[in-house]
Design a protein around this ligand. Structure first.
Ligand code: ATP
Ligand code: MG
Length: 485
Protein backbone atom coordinates (compact mmCIF):
# COMPACT_ATOMS: atom_id res chain seq x y z
CA UNK A 1 0.00 0.00 0.00
CA UNK A 2 2.85 2.34 0.83
CA UNK A 3 4.35 1.69 -2.56
CA UNK A 4 1.06 2.54 -4.22
CA UNK A 5 0.76 5.68 -2.13
CA UNK A 6 4.20 6.83 -3.16
CA UNK A 7 3.49 6.18 -6.82
CA UNK A 8 0.27 8.12 -6.42
CA UNK A 9 2.03 10.98 -4.73
CA UNK A 10 4.54 11.26 -7.50
CA UNK A 11 1.84 11.17 -10.14
CA UNK A 12 -0.31 13.76 -8.42
CA UNK A 13 2.63 16.11 -8.25
CA UNK A 14 3.64 15.62 -11.87
CA UNK A 15 0.06 16.03 -13.18
CA UNK A 16 -0.30 12.85 -15.21
CA UNK A 17 1.69 12.21 -18.32
CA UNK A 18 -0.15 9.72 -20.50
CA UNK A 19 2.66 7.26 -20.19
CA UNK A 20 2.66 7.09 -16.41
CA UNK A 21 0.50 5.13 -14.04
CA UNK A 22 -1.90 7.67 -12.54
CA UNK A 23 -4.31 7.00 -9.72
CA UNK A 24 -7.01 9.64 -9.45
CA UNK A 25 -7.99 8.63 -5.96
CA UNK A 26 -11.00 9.67 -3.90
CA UNK A 27 -10.51 10.97 -0.36
CA UNK A 28 -11.07 8.72 2.63
CA UNK A 29 -12.29 10.06 5.94
CA UNK A 30 -9.22 8.68 7.69
CA UNK A 31 -7.12 11.01 5.53
CA UNK A 32 -8.49 13.96 7.47
CA UNK A 33 -9.11 12.38 10.83
CA UNK A 34 -6.31 10.01 11.70
CA UNK A 35 -6.40 7.13 14.17
CA UNK A 36 -10.02 6.42 13.43
CA UNK A 37 -11.21 2.89 14.05
CA UNK A 38 -12.48 0.51 11.43
CA UNK A 39 -15.08 -2.18 11.96
CA UNK A 40 -15.72 -5.57 10.35
CA UNK A 41 -18.24 -5.25 7.54
CA UNK A 42 -21.64 -6.35 8.93
CA UNK A 43 -22.21 -8.26 5.71
CA UNK A 44 -19.92 -10.82 7.34
CA UNK A 45 -22.51 -11.61 9.95
CA UNK A 46 -25.46 -11.85 7.61
CA UNK A 47 -25.99 -15.41 6.45
CA UNK A 48 -27.87 -14.38 3.36
CA UNK A 49 -24.90 -12.37 2.27
CA UNK A 50 -22.22 -14.94 2.98
CA UNK A 51 -21.49 -14.94 -0.72
CA UNK A 52 -20.67 -11.23 -0.56
CA UNK A 53 -17.86 -12.02 1.84
CA UNK A 54 -16.00 -13.67 -0.97
CA UNK A 55 -16.53 -10.59 -3.09
CA UNK A 56 -14.98 -8.02 -0.83
CA UNK A 57 -13.00 -5.56 -2.88
CA UNK A 58 -9.47 -4.96 -1.78
CA UNK A 59 -8.96 -1.25 -1.03
CA UNK A 60 -5.93 -1.46 -3.30
CA UNK A 61 -7.93 -2.51 -6.39
CA UNK A 62 -8.07 0.07 -9.13
CA UNK A 63 -9.92 0.34 -12.44
CA UNK A 64 -8.12 1.44 -15.59
CA UNK A 65 -9.77 4.18 -17.61
CA UNK A 66 -8.07 2.87 -20.72
CA UNK A 67 -8.22 -0.92 -20.99
CA UNK A 68 -5.27 -1.15 -23.32
CA UNK A 69 -2.30 -2.09 -21.17
CA UNK A 70 0.80 -0.85 -22.92
CA UNK A 71 4.13 -2.58 -22.59
CA UNK A 72 4.57 -4.62 -19.46
CA UNK A 73 3.14 -2.31 -16.78
CA UNK A 74 -0.20 -0.58 -16.28
CA UNK A 75 -0.29 2.99 -17.51
CA UNK A 76 -2.77 5.82 -17.82
CA UNK A 77 -5.53 6.99 -15.49
CA UNK A 78 -6.98 4.64 -12.85
CA UNK A 79 -9.73 5.00 -10.28
CA UNK A 80 -10.38 3.22 -7.00
CA UNK A 81 -12.56 0.17 -7.62
CA UNK A 82 -16.06 0.30 -6.09
CA UNK A 83 -17.55 -2.44 -3.95
CA UNK A 84 -17.85 -3.72 -0.37
CA UNK A 85 -14.76 -3.55 1.82
CA UNK A 86 -13.96 -6.09 4.49
CA UNK A 87 -13.49 -3.31 7.03
CA UNK A 88 -15.95 -0.45 7.18
CA UNK A 89 -15.50 2.97 8.67
CA UNK A 90 -18.99 3.53 10.10
CA UNK A 91 -20.78 1.57 12.82
CA UNK A 92 -24.23 0.93 11.29
CA UNK A 93 -26.14 1.93 14.42
CA UNK A 94 -24.38 5.29 14.41
CA UNK A 95 -25.11 6.07 10.78
CA UNK A 96 -27.57 8.83 10.01
CA UNK A 97 -27.85 9.02 6.25
CA UNK A 98 -29.74 11.43 4.03
CA UNK A 99 -30.67 11.41 0.35
CA UNK A 100 -31.41 14.44 -1.83
CA UNK A 101 -32.35 14.75 -5.52
CA UNK A 102 -31.72 17.97 -7.51
CA UNK A 103 -32.06 19.26 -11.09
CA UNK A 104 -34.26 17.89 -13.88
CA UNK A 105 -36.06 14.57 -13.99
CA UNK A 106 -34.59 11.42 -15.44
CA UNK A 107 -35.90 7.83 -15.50
CA UNK A 108 -34.44 5.78 -12.67
CA UNK A 109 -34.10 8.37 -9.87
CA UNK A 110 -36.64 6.50 -7.76
CA UNK A 111 -34.81 3.22 -8.26
CA UNK A 112 -31.59 4.82 -7.01
CA UNK A 113 -33.40 6.22 -3.95
CA UNK A 114 -35.00 2.84 -3.26
CA UNK A 115 -31.76 0.92 -3.58
CA UNK A 116 -29.79 3.33 -1.37
CA UNK A 117 -32.39 2.87 1.34
CA UNK A 118 -32.62 -0.91 0.88
CA UNK A 119 -28.84 -1.22 0.49
CA UNK A 120 -28.14 0.68 3.71
CA UNK A 121 -30.81 -1.20 5.59
CA UNK A 122 -30.54 -4.73 4.22
CA UNK A 123 -26.80 -4.94 3.77
CA UNK A 124 -25.54 -2.86 6.69
CA UNK A 125 -28.48 -2.70 9.10
CA UNK A 126 -28.69 1.11 8.95
CA UNK A 127 -32.04 2.31 10.27
CA UNK A 128 -31.74 6.07 10.28
CA UNK A 129 -32.24 7.37 6.73
CA UNK A 130 -33.69 10.79 5.96
CA UNK A 131 -35.14 11.97 2.68
CA UNK A 132 -34.46 15.67 2.07
CA UNK A 133 -37.42 16.96 0.07
CA UNK A 134 -37.32 19.41 -2.81
CA UNK A 135 -33.61 19.51 -3.69
CA UNK A 136 -30.83 21.43 -1.94
CA UNK A 137 -33.33 23.95 -0.53
CA UNK A 138 -34.91 21.11 1.44
CA UNK A 139 -31.85 21.04 3.75
CA UNK A 140 -32.71 24.36 5.29
CA UNK A 141 -36.43 24.55 4.66
CA UNK A 142 -36.66 21.56 7.00
CA UNK A 143 -38.61 19.30 4.69
CA UNK A 144 -37.62 15.78 5.55
CA UNK A 145 -39.16 12.36 5.82
CA UNK A 146 -37.95 9.07 7.26
CA UNK A 147 -37.08 6.51 4.61
CA UNK A 148 -37.45 2.80 5.27
CA UNK A 149 -37.49 -0.13 2.83
CA UNK A 150 -41.25 -0.24 3.34
CA UNK A 151 -41.75 3.43 2.48
CA UNK A 152 -39.74 3.14 -0.75
CA UNK A 153 -40.84 -0.36 -1.69
CA UNK A 154 -42.83 0.53 -4.80
CA UNK A 155 -41.31 3.81 -5.88
CA UNK A 156 -39.18 2.35 -8.70
CA UNK A 157 -42.37 1.70 -10.63
CA UNK A 158 -43.06 5.43 -10.86
CA UNK A 159 -41.32 8.14 -12.85
CA UNK A 160 -40.10 11.42 -11.36
CA UNK A 161 -38.50 11.68 -7.95
CA UNK A 162 -40.19 10.54 -4.78
CA UNK A 163 -38.23 13.22 -2.89
CA UNK A 164 -39.15 16.00 -5.35
CA UNK A 165 -36.52 18.28 -6.82
CA UNK A 166 -35.67 21.92 -7.52
CA UNK A 167 -33.20 24.21 -9.24
CA UNK A 168 -31.28 27.01 -7.52
CA UNK A 169 -31.08 27.53 -3.78
CA UNK A 170 -27.70 25.99 -3.14
CA UNK A 171 -26.28 27.69 -0.06
CA UNK A 172 -23.25 25.66 1.00
CA UNK A 173 -22.95 27.10 4.51
CA UNK A 174 -26.61 26.69 5.32
CA UNK A 175 -26.63 23.15 3.95
CA UNK A 176 -23.54 22.10 5.90
CA UNK A 177 -24.88 23.81 9.07
CA UNK A 178 -28.01 21.78 8.64
CA UNK A 179 -26.15 18.52 8.06
CA UNK A 180 -24.14 19.23 11.20
CA UNK A 181 -27.20 20.20 13.28
CA UNK A 182 -29.05 17.07 12.31
CA UNK A 183 -26.09 14.83 13.03
CA UNK A 184 -26.05 13.43 9.50
CA UNK A 185 -22.87 11.49 8.66
CA UNK A 186 -23.63 10.15 5.16
CA UNK A 187 -25.00 12.35 2.38
CA UNK A 188 -26.16 10.81 -0.89
CA UNK A 189 -26.66 13.40 -3.62
CA UNK A 190 -28.42 12.44 -6.85
CA UNK A 191 -28.23 15.00 -9.63
CA UNK A 192 -26.61 16.36 -12.78
CA UNK A 193 -23.52 18.47 -13.37
CA UNK A 194 -24.81 21.43 -11.35
CA UNK A 195 -25.79 19.18 -8.47
CA UNK A 196 -22.39 17.48 -8.46
CA UNK A 197 -20.69 20.91 -8.37
CA UNK A 198 -22.85 21.66 -5.35
CA UNK A 199 -21.89 18.29 -3.82
CA UNK A 200 -18.23 19.12 -4.31
CA UNK A 201 -18.67 22.42 -2.43
CA UNK A 202 -20.47 20.63 0.41
CA UNK A 203 -17.67 18.08 0.63
CA UNK A 204 -14.99 20.79 0.63
CA UNK A 205 -16.76 22.80 3.29
CA UNK A 206 -17.14 19.76 5.54
CA UNK A 207 -13.76 18.25 5.22
CA UNK A 208 -10.67 20.29 4.77
CA UNK A 209 -8.53 22.45 2.56
CA UNK A 210 -5.36 21.01 1.26
CA UNK A 211 -2.78 22.05 -1.27
CA UNK A 212 -1.20 19.82 -3.90
CA UNK A 213 2.14 19.94 -2.16
CA UNK A 214 0.38 18.82 0.99
CA UNK A 215 -1.19 15.86 -0.85
CA UNK A 216 2.27 14.96 -1.98
CA UNK A 217 3.66 15.20 1.50
CA UNK A 218 0.71 13.43 3.08
CA UNK A 219 0.77 10.49 0.68
CA UNK A 220 4.51 10.26 0.98
CA UNK A 221 4.48 10.19 4.76
CA UNK A 222 1.21 8.58 5.72
CA UNK A 223 1.57 9.62 9.35
CA UNK A 224 1.40 13.31 8.44
CA UNK A 225 -2.34 13.18 7.72
CA UNK A 226 -3.09 14.92 10.96
CA UNK A 227 -1.21 18.06 9.89
CA UNK A 228 -3.84 18.90 7.27
CA UNK A 229 -5.82 22.11 7.52
CA UNK A 230 -9.39 21.30 8.35
CA UNK A 231 -12.36 23.43 7.43
CA UNK A 232 -14.97 21.85 9.66
CA UNK A 233 -13.42 18.44 9.99
CA UNK A 234 -16.77 16.64 9.95
CA UNK A 235 -16.79 12.86 9.77
CA UNK A 236 -19.31 12.94 6.97
CA UNK A 237 -19.17 10.89 3.78
CA UNK A 238 -20.44 12.73 0.69
CA UNK A 239 -21.42 10.44 -2.20
CA UNK A 240 -22.63 11.75 -5.56
CA UNK A 241 -24.72 9.67 -7.92
CA UNK A 242 -24.51 11.31 -11.34
CA UNK A 243 -27.84 11.85 -13.07
CA UNK A 244 -28.12 13.14 -16.60
CA UNK A 245 -30.52 11.94 -19.20
CA UNK A 246 -28.21 13.41 -21.88
CA UNK A 247 -25.38 10.96 -21.01
CA UNK A 248 -22.97 13.93 -20.94
CA UNK A 249 -21.11 13.04 -17.72
CA UNK A 250 -17.38 12.69 -18.31
CA UNK A 251 -15.38 9.59 -17.35
CA UNK A 252 -18.29 7.19 -16.78
CA UNK A 253 -19.42 4.82 -19.53
CA UNK A 254 -23.08 5.81 -19.48
CA UNK A 255 -25.50 7.59 -17.18
CA UNK A 256 -28.64 5.99 -15.76
CA UNK A 257 -31.92 6.68 -17.55
CA UNK A 258 -30.17 7.03 -20.88
CA UNK A 259 -31.24 3.61 -22.22
CA UNK A 260 -34.81 4.27 -21.14
CA UNK A 261 -34.74 7.69 -22.80
CA UNK A 262 -33.48 6.23 -26.07
CA UNK A 263 -36.15 3.56 -26.01
CA UNK A 264 -38.93 6.09 -25.39
CA UNK A 265 -37.50 8.47 -28.00
CA UNK A 266 -37.88 5.68 -30.54
CA UNK A 267 -41.61 5.69 -29.90
CA UNK A 268 -41.82 9.39 -30.77
CA UNK A 269 -39.76 8.78 -33.91
CA UNK A 270 -42.04 5.91 -34.84
CA UNK A 271 -45.11 8.15 -34.38
CA UNK A 272 -43.54 10.80 -36.62
CA UNK A 273 -42.74 8.17 -39.21
CA UNK A 274 -46.27 6.77 -39.22
CA UNK A 275 -47.66 10.31 -39.63
CA UNK A 276 -45.42 11.36 -42.50
CA UNK A 277 -45.77 8.06 -44.31
CA UNK A 278 -49.52 8.55 -44.41
CA UNK A 279 -49.51 11.93 -46.16
CA UNK A 280 -47.99 13.54 -49.22
CA UNK A 281 -44.61 15.21 -48.77
CA UNK A 282 -44.64 14.49 -45.08
CA UNK A 283 -41.82 16.05 -43.08
CA UNK A 284 -41.54 14.86 -39.47
CA UNK A 285 -39.37 16.65 -36.94
CA UNK A 286 -38.71 15.11 -33.53
CA UNK A 287 -36.90 17.27 -31.00
CA UNK A 288 -34.98 15.26 -28.42
CA UNK A 289 -33.01 16.18 -25.31
CA UNK A 290 -29.33 17.06 -25.58
CA UNK A 291 -28.29 20.56 -24.57
CA UNK A 292 -24.62 20.19 -25.36
CA UNK A 293 -24.33 16.51 -26.28
CA UNK A 294 -26.24 14.68 -28.98
CA UNK A 295 -26.08 11.17 -27.51
CA UNK A 296 -29.85 10.61 -27.19
CA UNK A 297 -30.48 11.85 -30.74
CA UNK A 298 -27.58 9.78 -32.07
CA UNK A 299 -28.56 6.55 -30.31
CA UNK A 300 -32.31 6.95 -30.95
CA UNK A 301 -31.57 7.49 -34.62
CA UNK A 302 -29.42 4.38 -34.75
CA UNK A 303 -31.96 2.35 -32.80
CA UNK A 304 -34.99 3.41 -34.82
CA UNK A 305 -33.71 3.40 -38.42
CA UNK A 306 -36.73 5.54 -39.40
CA UNK A 307 -34.64 8.71 -39.27
CA UNK A 308 -33.35 10.36 -42.44
CA UNK A 309 -31.27 13.05 -40.78
CA UNK A 310 -29.98 13.56 -37.23
CA UNK A 311 -28.86 17.03 -36.12
CA UNK A 312 -26.79 17.35 -32.94
CA UNK A 313 -25.04 20.27 -31.19
CA UNK A 314 -21.57 18.91 -31.96
CA UNK A 315 -22.12 18.84 -35.72
CA UNK A 316 -22.82 22.23 -37.33
CA UNK A 317 -25.28 22.14 -40.22
CA UNK A 318 -26.60 24.64 -42.71
CA UNK A 319 -29.89 24.98 -44.54
CA UNK A 320 -29.35 26.62 -47.91
CA UNK A 321 -27.17 25.81 -50.88
CA UNK A 322 -25.41 22.76 -52.19
CA UNK A 323 -25.15 19.98 -49.62
CA UNK A 324 -27.46 21.87 -47.25
CA UNK A 325 -30.46 20.52 -45.34
CA UNK A 326 -33.08 21.91 -47.77
CA UNK A 327 -31.47 20.18 -50.71
CA UNK A 328 -31.33 16.90 -48.78
CA UNK A 329 -35.01 17.18 -47.77
CA UNK A 330 -36.08 17.81 -51.35
CA UNK A 331 -34.10 14.85 -52.56
CA UNK A 332 -35.60 12.50 -49.94
CA UNK A 333 -39.13 13.77 -50.64
CA UNK A 334 -38.61 13.02 -54.32
CA UNK A 335 -37.23 9.55 -53.57
CA UNK A 336 -39.51 8.43 -50.72
CA UNK A 337 -42.33 10.98 -50.43
CA UNK A 338 -41.56 11.61 -46.77
CA UNK A 339 -38.72 12.01 -44.26
CA UNK A 340 -38.05 12.25 -40.53
CA UNK A 341 -35.51 14.61 -38.95
CA UNK A 342 -34.32 14.24 -35.38
CA UNK A 343 -32.93 17.40 -33.82
CA UNK A 344 -31.25 17.61 -30.42
CA UNK A 345 -32.36 20.66 -28.41
CA UNK A 346 -28.88 22.22 -28.43
CA UNK A 347 -28.37 21.87 -32.19
CA UNK A 348 -28.30 24.97 -34.39
CA UNK A 349 -28.48 27.41 -31.46
CA UNK A 350 -26.23 29.85 -33.32
CA UNK A 351 -28.66 30.04 -36.27
CA UNK A 352 -31.69 30.62 -34.08
CA UNK A 353 -29.79 33.29 -32.16
CA UNK A 354 -28.54 34.95 -35.35
CA UNK A 355 -32.13 35.58 -36.36
CA UNK A 356 -32.78 37.87 -33.45
CA UNK A 357 -34.19 35.28 -31.05
CA UNK A 358 -31.17 35.60 -28.76
CA UNK A 359 -31.76 36.10 -25.07
CA UNK A 360 -29.67 35.93 -21.92
CA UNK A 361 -32.37 34.27 -19.86
CA UNK A 362 -31.21 31.79 -17.25
CA UNK A 363 -32.97 29.29 -15.03
CA UNK A 364 -32.88 29.36 -11.22
CA UNK A 365 -29.61 27.38 -11.20
CA UNK A 366 -27.92 29.84 -13.57
CA UNK A 367 -28.09 27.58 -16.67
CA UNK A 368 -28.59 29.49 -19.92
CA UNK A 369 -32.08 28.87 -21.32
CA UNK A 370 -31.77 27.48 -24.82
CA UNK A 371 -33.67 28.83 -27.79
CA UNK A 372 -36.28 26.41 -29.12
CA UNK A 373 -34.74 24.95 -32.27
CA UNK A 374 -37.72 22.65 -33.02
CA UNK A 375 -40.37 25.20 -34.01
CA UNK A 376 -37.68 27.39 -35.62
CA UNK A 377 -36.59 24.55 -37.88
CA UNK A 378 -40.18 23.55 -38.70
CA UNK A 379 -40.99 27.14 -39.77
CA UNK A 380 -37.83 27.44 -41.82
CA UNK A 381 -38.54 24.23 -43.74
CA UNK A 382 -42.20 25.10 -44.26
CA UNK A 383 -41.34 28.58 -45.53
CA UNK A 384 -38.63 27.35 -47.84
CA UNK A 385 -40.80 24.75 -49.56
CA UNK A 386 -44.11 26.58 -49.71
CA UNK A 387 -42.81 30.09 -50.47
CA UNK A 388 -39.61 29.48 -52.46
CA UNK A 389 -40.03 26.00 -53.95
CA UNK A 390 -43.83 26.28 -54.36
CA UNK A 391 -44.11 22.77 -52.96
CA UNK A 392 -46.65 21.92 -50.26
CA UNK A 393 -45.16 19.97 -47.35
CA UNK A 394 -47.03 18.29 -44.51
CA UNK A 395 -45.12 19.23 -41.40
CA UNK A 396 -45.49 17.07 -38.24
CA UNK A 397 -43.57 18.38 -35.26
CA UNK A 398 -43.21 16.26 -32.10
CA UNK A 399 -41.51 17.31 -28.85
CA UNK A 400 -41.61 14.27 -26.53
CA UNK A 401 -39.19 15.73 -23.92
CA UNK A 402 -41.47 15.67 -20.88
CA UNK A 403 -42.96 12.32 -21.80
CA UNK A 404 -39.48 10.81 -21.94
CA UNK A 405 -38.24 12.39 -18.71
CA UNK A 406 -41.27 11.32 -16.75
CA UNK A 407 -41.34 7.57 -17.36
CA UNK A 408 -39.99 4.95 -14.96
CA UNK A 409 -36.72 3.30 -15.93
CA UNK A 410 -36.64 0.18 -18.06
CA UNK A 411 -35.19 -3.19 -17.02
CA UNK A 412 -31.55 -2.49 -17.87
CA UNK A 413 -31.60 0.95 -16.23
CA UNK A 414 -33.25 -0.53 -13.13
CA UNK A 415 -30.40 -3.00 -12.78
CA UNK A 416 -27.85 -0.28 -13.46
CA UNK A 417 -29.43 2.05 -10.85
CA UNK A 418 -29.17 -0.76 -8.31
CA UNK A 419 -25.44 -1.15 -8.98
CA UNK A 420 -24.89 2.60 -8.64
CA UNK A 421 -26.85 2.82 -5.39
CA UNK A 422 -25.22 -0.21 -3.79
CA UNK A 423 -21.77 0.96 -4.92
CA UNK A 424 -22.40 4.37 -3.35
CA UNK A 425 -23.51 2.72 -0.10
CA UNK A 426 -20.43 0.46 0.02
CA UNK A 427 -18.18 3.48 -0.63
CA UNK A 428 -19.72 5.69 2.04
CA UNK A 429 -19.79 2.83 4.59
CA UNK A 430 -16.11 2.17 3.85
CA UNK A 431 -15.37 5.83 4.64
CA UNK A 432 -14.73 7.26 1.19
CA UNK A 433 -16.01 10.76 0.60
CA UNK A 434 -16.12 13.40 -2.13
CA UNK A 435 -16.72 10.73 -4.74
CA UNK A 436 -19.11 9.96 -7.55
CA UNK A 437 -19.84 6.42 -8.54
CA UNK A 438 -20.02 5.08 -12.06
CA UNK A 439 -18.80 2.43 -14.46
CA UNK A 440 -15.42 3.07 -16.09
CA UNK A 441 -14.77 0.54 -18.81
CA UNK A 442 -17.68 -1.47 -17.36
CA UNK A 443 -16.15 -1.78 -13.86
CA UNK A 444 -17.74 0.42 -11.22
CA UNK A 445 -15.31 2.88 -9.64
CA UNK A 446 -15.14 5.77 -7.17
CA UNK A 447 -14.27 8.92 -9.07
CA UNK A 448 -13.32 12.26 -7.46
CA UNK A 449 -16.35 14.56 -7.91
CA UNK A 450 -14.27 17.30 -9.53
CA UNK A 451 -13.20 14.87 -12.24
CA UNK A 452 -16.76 14.48 -13.52
CA UNK A 453 -17.69 18.16 -13.34
CA UNK A 454 -14.62 19.66 -14.99
CA UNK A 455 -15.90 18.96 -18.50
CA UNK A 456 -18.87 17.49 -20.31
CA UNK A 457 -18.83 14.41 -22.45
CA UNK A 458 -19.81 15.13 -26.05
CA UNK A 459 -20.19 13.14 -29.24
CA UNK A 460 -16.84 13.01 -31.01
CA UNK A 461 -17.47 13.49 -34.71
CA UNK A 462 -14.30 11.59 -35.44
CA UNK A 463 -15.48 8.56 -33.44
CA UNK A 464 -16.85 5.42 -35.00
CA UNK A 465 -20.36 5.86 -33.62
CA UNK A 466 -20.99 9.08 -35.54
CA UNK A 467 -19.47 7.54 -38.67
CA UNK A 468 -21.84 4.59 -38.22
CA UNK A 469 -24.79 6.98 -38.00
CA UNK A 470 -23.77 8.79 -41.18
CA UNK A 471 -23.42 5.44 -42.90
CA UNK A 472 -26.84 4.34 -41.68
CA UNK A 473 -28.84 7.50 -42.52
CA UNK A 474 -26.73 8.53 -45.50
CA UNK A 475 -27.32 12.13 -44.50
CA UNK A 476 -24.89 14.88 -45.51
CA UNK A 477 -22.08 15.39 -43.01
CA UNK A 478 -22.33 19.15 -43.81
CA UNK A 479 -18.67 19.72 -42.94
CA UNK A 480 -17.34 18.02 -46.08
CA UNK A 481 -20.09 19.45 -48.28
CA UNK A 482 -19.42 22.98 -47.05
CA UNK A 483 -15.73 22.66 -47.80
CA UNK A 484 -16.42 21.40 -51.31
CA UNK A 485 -18.83 24.19 -52.30
P1 ATP B 1 -29.77 18.65 -15.00
O1 ATP B 1 -28.95 19.66 -15.74
O2 ATP B 1 -29.52 17.26 -15.48
O3 ATP B 1 -31.21 18.97 -14.90
P2 ATP B 1 -28.35 19.65 -12.72
O4 ATP B 1 -27.93 19.03 -11.44
O5 ATP B 1 -27.24 20.15 -13.60
O6 ATP B 1 -29.26 18.60 -13.47
P3 ATP B 1 -29.12 22.32 -12.01
O7 ATP B 1 -30.49 22.93 -11.96
O8 ATP B 1 -28.10 22.97 -12.83
O9 ATP B 1 -29.37 20.82 -12.44
O10 ATP B 1 -28.54 22.22 -10.52
C1 ATP B 1 -29.20 21.51 -9.49
C2 ATP B 1 -28.85 22.08 -8.15
O11 ATP B 1 -27.45 22.26 -8.02
C3 ATP B 1 -29.49 23.44 -7.90
O12 ATP B 1 -30.05 23.42 -6.60
C4 ATP B 1 -28.35 24.43 -8.00
O13 ATP B 1 -28.50 25.52 -7.11
C5 ATP B 1 -27.13 23.59 -7.65
N1 ATP B 1 -25.98 24.06 -8.42
C6 ATP B 1 -25.90 24.19 -9.77
N2 ATP B 1 -24.70 24.65 -10.16
C7 ATP B 1 -23.99 24.84 -9.01
C8 ATP B 1 -22.66 25.30 -8.71
N3 ATP B 1 -21.82 25.66 -9.69
N4 ATP B 1 -22.30 25.38 -7.42
C9 ATP B 1 -23.15 24.99 -6.44
N5 ATP B 1 -24.39 24.55 -6.65
C10 ATP B 1 -24.82 24.46 -7.90
MG1 MG C 1 -27.13 20.48 -15.70
Amino acid sequence: QNKLAIITAIQVSTQSENDDFVLEDVPHLTNFLPDLPSYPNPLNKRQAYSIVKKNFVSPEDVVAQNVVIQKESPRGVHFRRAGPREKVYFEPEKVRACIVTCGGLCPGINTVIREIVCGLNNMYGVQDILGIEGGYKGFYSKNTLMLTPKVVNDIHKRGGTFLRTSRGGHDTHKIVDNIQDRGINQVYIIGGDGTQRGASLIYEEMSMERSHSLIHLVLFYNHLFMKEVKKRGLKVAVAGIPKTIDNDIAVIDKSFGFDTAVEEAQRAINAAHVEVESVENGVGIVKLMGRYSGFIAMYATQASRDVDCCLIPESPFYLEGRGGLFEFIEQRLKENGHLVIVVAEGAGQEYVAAEGHASDKKDASGNKLLLDVGPWLSDKIKDHFTVFRKMAVNMKYIDPTYMIRAIPSNASDNIYCTLLAQGAVHGAMAGYTGFTIGPVNSKHAYIPIARVTERQKTVKLSDRMWARLLASTNQPDFVASEQES
